[in-house]
Design a protein around this ligand. Structure first.
Ligand code: CA
Length: 225
């Protein structure tokens, strides 16, 4: 089993490399995001441990690039602090798990083993619903074959609707799926983001992609062609 450790602090990187080696894993080190992308282009890794704070490209951008390049090795990101934004951004970018620094080496090892057991995921399928196309791997969206640019949160909301095309989703269901449960639960955040999505998907064309179901919530509606 071969692990890539992407960590710019040489001492920390060496500590991890040696620790993993003692556990019988082959570990390579990349001290920057650019070197990490190079390594992954040359070698197949069973797990990638990826620090978010890197001097050149952020770990999150590295992860997004890997997924866009069709690399599906499990990725465990390391965040410097208990920062929800970094964790969410990392998971949105296609990471499989995260660990907050400082961490115990045993916990890192346990998580790496869990990812090794799970193995390399298949590339997720592109979702297509009535004129909308969404690629979970590259985070791209098209409405009637025109590419639409969405923020990560808008993307997550649209993906939630597209995975349940005929269902009415309540604000609570949407909050649970798209927003961190620990965050302040205000139902109007859902309304605000539905409005953002409508303006991007429907704006110039007079369509209505997301229907309001009065007193219940929202439903993805077919696009009129
Ligand atoms: Ca770092």
């Amino acid at each position: 089993m071969r692990v890539l450790v992407v960590e710019d602090e040489p001492k920390m990187a060496e500590l991890l490399r040696r620790g993993l080696h003692e556990e019988g894993l082959v570990a390579d080190v990349a001290l920057s995001g650019a070197v990490a992308l190079q390594r992954v282009a040359d070698t197949k890794y069973d797990v990638i441990v990826l620090d978010v704070m890197l001097p050149d490209i952020s770990g999150i951008a590295v992860c997004r690039q890997l997924r866009a390049d069709g690399v599906w090795s499990p990725v465990l990101i390391l965040t410097a602090r208990d920062d929800i934004q970094d964790r969410v951004a990392g998971l949105d970018a296609g990471a499989d798990d995260y660990l907050v620094k400082p961490f115990a080496f045993d916990e890192l090892l346990a998580r790496i083993r869990a990812l090794l057991r799970r193995g390399t995921a298949e590339r997720p399928a592109v979702l297509e619903v009535e004129g909308l196309r969404l690629d979970p791997a590259t985070h791209r969206v098209w409405a009637l074959d025109e590419e639409v640019s969405l923020t990560p949160r808008e993307f997550a909301l649209l993906e939630t609707f597209m995975r349940r095309p005929d269902q009415v989703l309540t604000r609570d269901q949407l909050l649970e799926q798209v927003w961190d449960l620990g965050s302040e639960q205000r139902s109007n955040v859902v309304d605000v983001y539905v409005r953002f999505l409508r303006s991007k998907l429907d704006g110039p064309y007079g369509r209505q992609t997301i229907e309001t179901v009065r007193g219940v919530g929202y439903r993805l509606a077919p696009l009129a062609r």
